[in-house]
Design a protein around this ligand. Sequence first.
Ligand code: F6R
Length: 610
Amino acid sequence: MTLCGIVGYIGYRDVCGVLLDGLKRLEYRGYDSAGIAVLNNKEIEIIKEVGKVSDLERIVSNRAPKGNIGIGHTRWATHGGVSAVNAHPHSDGYKRFVLAHNGIIENYHELKDELSAQGITFASQTDTEVIAHLLYKVYDGNMLNALTYLQSRLRGSYALAILNRDDTDHIYCMRKGSPLVLGQGDGEALCASDIPAILPYTRKVIYMDDGDIAELSPRGIKLWDERGMPIEKKSFFIEWDLSMAEMGGYPHYMLKEIHEQGGVCRATIKGRVHDGKVDLSGELAMDEETIKGFKAIHIVACGTSYYASLIAERVFERWTDLDIKVDIASEYRYRDSKISPDTLVVFVSQSGETADTLAAQRKARESGAYSLAVTNVQGSTLARSCDDFLLLKAGPEIGVAATKTFMGQITSLYLLALYIAKIKGTLSDQKQKELTDEMIQLAYKIETILEREPSIEDLAWKFADYKNFLFLGRGMSFPVALEGALKLKEISYIHAEAYAAGEMKHGPIALIDPNVPVVVVAPKDSLYEKTLSNIQEAKARHAPIIAVGFDGDERLASDADHVLYVPSTLEEFSPFVTVVPLQLFAYHVAKKRGCEIDKPRNLAKSVTVE
Ligand code: F6R
């Protein structure tokens, strides 16, 4: 089983180049092994190897199979260890069917027993291999019949790209629970787990839905539902261009994406603020009456998106009269939260494919609540399954650690809060103007911080060898502390914990000693004095203190050992500026430690399994 990236191509180009390029663009989804399969002259050649796509590329360059039809896979192993034999693509014993899979076949034990009892032997320890053997067994010359049968037998999740040795004119695809996008070019077609793999060839895409079966040929794409009935699907034009998915001279995607944040903030606000007021009426499906009827709002997300939601929680409660609750999707989906039809449930997800977030959305939908997706991917499952969606203007995010999409999320959620406040009449015109005027300034402030990168890098180098960090913040700064700690741990593998600063005395203070640097997010806001007291408590126990504070705050400089200064802003907006030095700090610590910044170990960008 895997949580990984798949790509398939059929057309006129040399397929190896397309597959390897696509796999590199999908490598953020999985990177412990990779493989390709090329169909030519009724033979399928498979090359697969442990390691990165660049390792596979080296092997392929010596013996690149010729052909114009093929599939590829980059793996993030869960079931079946990391080995060449477990790498995809997998095949039946006769190499008639060769396939790449993203997902988990939950009943693979049962299917394997059934197939083994019929004398079939398995080459790998993966769940995926059963699919190839099952297909071989049921295929009677009609691919559609075989695939609908397969749908009826497989439990769990899958996105599949399949080659049939005897059918040199098609690639077949199926999807349930794992993403799969189809690209329709001129005389060529592609399938991939995500858009960047398709972008070099076409911007016209079709998003597969659960149960769909697709047949790709150079002449077009045909689709059927799970009963084998032909279906038509709307195609989308992707507005991202190829350069957005490339490194653009930066050493890592993460650094490029951190530097894009001023632009993301600007693009998100553009066209949505008029005369000191936010207007989302042209984009959201919800009308004013619907908004006026909302009594509660739940915001549900995972990881960084959850921290963005915690920031939004604090402004929703300030600016609107809504009862607000924010939860982690993997908790929310199993809790007994009271979700009523007058609850707006907002799902925040960069990818729009996170399995727990999708499951939480299904639950909210069943309760009759109005659901809104805040996502970076227009045609994602989340965007398509919610009643409404607000698209982030972040462009593709390739680095596994989310940065610019966090910025896009908080900007979008703030706009949503201001829009709801306007319609519900909970903020005066003057306050709305004050807030939107400041919001427009944020992009410049973010860009000012980016110019200070060299001093943040210097500090990161001084602290790169510590083993534990504590991050503290209060109010608006608590979720920023959580996000700062998450960034540091996920890309540098340093243990970092974040606490609401007021909680320190209730336990975490026991951790503090000279070997545990404390990073305190301390903008001059209404809780500033209290945060300073927390700095004193940590200092008294000889912890090195790094503070993030507003320009000109000399008091902070006398209390902390090091201060990362950011331009000052209104209390509500402090996360927009305080998070940036923490992202850069994590980046440079990880760089100093020689870590794989864009592809941290054990992580995958889209968590499409529970
Ligand atoms: C951390 C990170 C993850 C994601 C989380 C949710 O840098 O990227 O914590 O935020 O996996 O992913 P999405 O937003 O795609 O639902």
